[in-house]
Write a protein that binds this ligand. Sequence first.
Ligand code: ATP
Ligand code: MG
Length: 493
Amino acid sequence: MSKELIHIIDTNEERTEHIKTVLSFMGYQVTTHSSCEQAEGKIDGFAIIVGYCEDLGDQRAFVSKLSEQVPSMPILMLNDTLEQPVMMGDELKNVIGELALPLQHGQLANTLHQAELFKESFSKASDQRPVELFRSLVGNSRPIQVVRTMIQQVAESDANVLVLGDSGTGKEVVARNVHYYSKRRNKPFVPINCGAIPPDLLESELFGHEKGAFTGAISTRKGRFEMAEGGTLFLDEIGDMSMPMQVKLLRVLQERVFERVGGSKTIKVDVRIVAATHRNLEDAITTEKFREDLFYRLNVFPINMPCLSERQEDIPLLIEDLIKRIEHENRGSVRLTPTAVLAMCRYRWPGNVRELANMIERLAIIKPYGVADASDLPEKMQVQSGEPMEMSDFIPSAELPQLGAQAVMPDALPTAQQVSDSIAEINGAHIPTDGMDLKQHLADLESQLIQQALEETDGVVAHAARLLNMRRTTLVEKIRKYGLQKTDEVAEI
Ligand SMILES: Nc1ncnc2c1ncn2[C@@H]1O[C@H](COP(=O)(O)OP(=O)(O)OP(=O)(O)O)[C@@H](O)[C@H]1O
Ligand SMILES: [Mg+2]
């Protein structure tokens, strides 16, 4: 089946024939134009390769015009014919690379892949909706499934929710999800970072103020409580709130009423509270930095966000989601080789998902529309636990994609399931979401390990038994049980 159409604009027949042959071989349709005039108005399809034509005039001006006419088509420049260094990254955004002749398969495949990404991101950008503030909670790991269930359980009620977890684990994502799944979803979700606002301003920020309440209060202003009426107020970094403010907050939580700063009118509010902190509030209570009564008010339904290192199997899914996010926001794109993904799965991510998100952004900048390998990652991620990393650590060799320098393509990205299974194998086992037959699983594992031991000892049962630290007679029994090798075929010493 023919892939999409590539146009070549170049007068040199020998060159165009060479390129056409290679591209046709790769399954592309090719149309050649020996002059710019001939190409005029006929360009539509997957990509354009621009070389040299007699009527080209100023190469830059020609490409610039072409870009305007077909802004969504990636343009590749023929390196031999370049009048000046390739014009990438400036206003000619769709010039995505150059091709050197004679064509090298690896370079060509990578460049065409970049072209594909460019096209994809362009088509996504054109039907772009405003950036959604709500993000779904990505992940299939058990800890994240537990969180998802808790969100659904609590969302319907009006109970206060306290989200706990280290920095960058996704506490705000949880808060937004609680709001989104509640009956308040069409009303405002109002976040406020209690740690970032100076204590003396926090009160008016939360409750608003009347005109003249303090120097600078030139007009009456609503606070976040009023803004969130009918919706959800997200009190982020609640552990950083000063003691006097905690008293004021407690009152609103108890009585559902407050007054603006400098005002005497009591205002009633219907607001659902979701609070979050990375601090250990119980410790803060013992050191008298947090009020116990406020803690119990907020802690009606606690949700603990796991650290990313506790849900490594979600990393490939998160990477996919974070790349989609960058594409959706039209901020470029990037793909990762399996080795890069696996290195990232092994890293501990002290900054959690936020750190991962920053890493993906960084890769999209250093490898725009390209393929990032493990060597593009910071040193700390490249080798963990003192051992060089082998792909076969993770994925059975039969399923390993070709990883020659030239063949690194996005299809090679291991599936989330592959990585998750491989990580589970390394870290111990995990229970599949649909349950398992433990007895059968252990029997299979035992049989595999015995088979392996026999192979490693050339079938010498006594040696295999030593390797497995079991009695020879027990091993012979098991070999018979699993039908691995009949005892008479096994060399017995
Ligand atoms: N499960 C997830 N799925 C998708 N994106 C996530 C997930 N968890 C976190 N993120 C992303 O990671 C970043 C950090 O998340 P968030 O701001 O919710 O963390 P936080 O726990 O509030 O961090 P901090 O304590 O630093 O404020 C955000 O860009 C968020 O969109
Ligand atoms: Mg936060």
